[in-house]
Design a protein around this ligand. Structure first.
Ligand code: FUL
Length: 697
């Protein structure tokens, strides 16, 4: 035994430091997620299915008067839906058991307006049961969307309807096994059939449903289910239907200020709040096509791979989950085109996240809690989600430096906070060490459960992450670094007022090839060199092709109806701006004058045309202003004698401001068109038109 007292003391000190108990973990920063919310967040990606009478009536929002007999999916196969979702990497499926039209996909005891009065399976079918069984078989979790608004029910607006709504919820939540999420849409009140009353009904969204009681009932029936609405209580809307969360996305929310369907929600609350009182994380919902329900006319508008990847990075990669809608078609199947895109998405995600270059690498932190290995930065690269790096409580800025050992090329980073202790980081930045110098790779907002960054391709031997600002000492659980393969994105195709068609993209050095005969473009098709005139209706299939890598984008199909070269706006006091409504550019808006608001905007098509429908595109800018929700359309052969062609609503245009395609019952002939906004939303008394068009094909 060593008897030297000095050496003994040194040894003792070493033993004490080495074995000293770890300091206690950081105190949670409220609010924090509960177990259910944590498990839900880890699902990350799951599917939505919009299916019902709308599918057969070719509508987005049925009024509640479409006959139940129209529901007849001849090939319905919920196992196909489930297998498609599973292969895409989704963890569950939420289905529209009842949409705003009130039609029920299960044989509810409380209404005749359901599958039981449809020819499908002689009225003996139950879509929810079939999906619940398929989900079990494919190990997916089942979610239920049931619309609080019911345009069919005679009692909608009265207390009796709330009773009916709850009874139906009871059926849905007690007869089909475990449900992971219950989804309450904010759209509520307006025109409807209402048992034959055919009128407009409004409810007080704050009080009508007595949500606290309804929520208690749901907790009884399904204690493990997450409840979704603008106001949570468990999960919230991301505030748009593009599937994007934000650079700054807080999971805490000032929940008590919010109620479902409130008009200010999207602008004021959807990013969450740093000082939010409750943990109500964001879910980003988006459809794989422009609409939520299936429309044959959208078969060639399924989102491109690049668009889907963008959505993934901006939802799952910005502290939200991704709820991706698959509109089941009128056969009762997920359409082949949607399946093809989902497969591409899965394959690309697998490639992007194939090889974690940070795993097990050396890593150092500027501060470690109590200087103790329990909280060391190695926890960030140990491939385990449960361990974390934490700093001393006094710290609000800190950095970690990852040492790759050799120059390493990367373009993606994944970073996660240990959210069981609350969301803390306000902002962070990245630097890369290349050739003896640090260079900035950019600054970013919040992290939360997960942040995915798409970076310029960079070769560096070290990578530094600095937490620039945090509301409490940072606690991070994971860092991963990847080199995602380059993708060639589909090009952008535009046509201007003079009918000139242009193909371009952001990527330098790519060529474009196209066809106009309905065949799919390939690198053997016609090469695009200069803009060309396209005044007759045209369907283009086009690809971008990178001659260096010999990689091409997927083909993009785009249709233009007749060109607008000879179109003009007519009337007494027409301003130059008016042309923006018919310039074939959806990014240029025209605000109607007061007289146009009252009397309508008149378009001269230059010659008599035959058309089967018309299109209205609302503003495509982020601030939704002057959205026309109800219209009347007139036609005339001479610009003096008008006849009403059709009037109606643009369903769901507020939430999903895409081009609205309205089909007439019969073909119309005329030279003049008059578009009269009957009702507008967002900025009272204003009507904005990004584009008006006709459908001739
Ligand atoms: C919206 C609804 O009005 C749409 O029809 C769709 O169901 C979407 C998911 O939510 O607010």
């Amino acid at each position: 035994m060593n008897t030297n007292p000095k050496a003994y003391l040194m040894l003792l000190t070493l033993v004490i430091i080495g074995c000293s108990p770890a300091p206690p973990p950081p105190e949670p920063v409220d609010p924090i997620p509960n177990k259910k919310q944590l498990a839900w967040q880890q699902m990350e990606f799951y599917g939505f299915i919009h299916f019902g009478l709308n599918t057969f009536a070719n509508m987005e929002w049925g009024y509640g008067d479409t006959p139940a007999e129209m529901f007849n999916p001849k090939e319905l196969d919920a196992r196909q839906w489930a297998s498609v979702a599973k292969e895409a990497g989704m963890k569950g499926i939420i289905i529209t058991a009842k949409h705003h039209d009130g039609f029920c996909l299960w044989p509810s005891e409380y209404t005749e307006y359901s599958v039981k009065n449809s020819p499908w399976k002689d009225g003996k079918g139950d879509v929810i049961k079939e999906l619940a069984d398929a989900c079990k078989e494919y190990d997916l979790r089942l979610g239920i969307y049931t619309s609080p608004w019911d345009r069919n029910h005679a009692d909608y607006g009265k207390p009796e309807y709330v009773d009916y709504f709850r009874k139906q919820l009871g059926e849905l939540l007690t007869q089909y096994g475990d449900v992971f999420e219950v989804w309450f849409d904010g759209a509520n009140g307006g025109d409807g059939y209402y048992g034959g009353a055919d009128e407009t009904r409004r409810v007080d969204k704050k009080t009508y449903y007595n949500w606290p009681t309804t929520i208690e009932m749901i907790r009884e029936w399904q204690p493990n289910a997450i409840i979704w609405s603008d106001a949570g209580p468990d999960v919230r809307w991301v505030g748009n239907e593009h599937g994007f969360a934000y650079d700054v996305t807080w999971s805490p929310l000032l929940k008590d200020e919010v109620y479902g369907g409130m008009p200010e929600y999207a602008k004021q609350y959807s990013m969450g709040q740093e000082n939010g009182t409750h943990w109500v994380p964001a879910e980003a919902d988006v459809s794989i096509r422009p609409g939520w329900f299936y429309h044959k006319s959208e078969d060639d508008k399924v989102k491109s791979l690049g668009h889907l990847m963008d959505i993934y990075y901006r939802s799952v990669g910005q502290n939200a989950t991704l709820l991706l809608n698959l509109p089941v078609d009128n056969r009762g199947l997920v359409h082949e085109k949607d399946i093809a895109q989902l497969k591409k998405l899965r394959a690309q995600l697998d490639l992007d996240f194939a090889n974690n270059l940070a795993l097990g690498k050396d890593i150092e932190a500027s501060n470690v809690r109590g200087d103790h290995s329990t909280y060391g930065a190695d926890n960030l690269v140990d491939g385990q989600g449960t361990t974390y790096w934490a700093t001393d409580d006094s710290i609000s800025t800190a950095s970690i430096t990852l040492d790759f050992g050799t120059p390493t090329t990367f373009n993606r980073m994944l970073i996660q906070e240990h959210i069981p202790l609350g969301q803390r980081v306000r902002s962070f930045s990245l630097e890369a060490f290349t050739d003896g110098e640090w260079t900035s790779l950019g600054g970013f907002g919040t992290i939360g459960y997960k942040r995915l960054l798409r970076l310029e391709e960079t070769t560096a031997s070290r990578l530094k992450v600095t937490i620039d600002d945090a509301k409490a000492a940072p606690v991070l659980s994971n860092i991963e670094v990847y080199l995602a393969p380059a993708m060639v994105e589909v090009p952008k195709v535009t046509r201007d007022k003079s009918g000139m068609l242009r193909i371009e993209s952001l990527e330098a050095g790519v060529d474009y090839y196209y066809t106009t005969d309905g065949s799919e473009a390939s690198a053997k098709s016609t090469r695009y060199t200069v803009p060309f005139e396209a005044l007759a209706p045209i369907q283009l299939s086009v690809i971008s092709y990178d001659p260096d890598s010999k990689r091409s984008s997927e083909p993009k199909v785009i249709r233009f109806d007749i060109g607008k070269k000879d179109w003009s706006i007519v009337g007494r006091s027409i301003t130059e701006e008016a042309i923006r409504a018919i310039d074939d550019d959806p990014w240029s808006d025209y605000t109607l004058t007061e007289s146009e608001l009252r009397k309508g905007l008149v378009i001269d098509l230059g010659k008599t045309e035959q058309f089967k429908g018309f299109t209205y595109t609302p503003t495509q800018h982020r601030h939704l202003s002057g959205i026309v929700t109800h219209y009347a359309l007139y036609s005339s052969s001479n610009g003096r004698n008008w006849s009403l062609v059709q009037q109606g609503e643009f369903s769901n245009v507020l939430n999903n401001p895409i081009e609205q395609r309205i089909w007439f019952n019969k073909t119309v002939q005329g030279r003049y068109l008059k578009f009269l906004p009957k009702k507008t939303k967002n900025d009272a008394g204003k009507a904005l038109i990004a584009e008006l068009g006709i459908i001739t094909k």
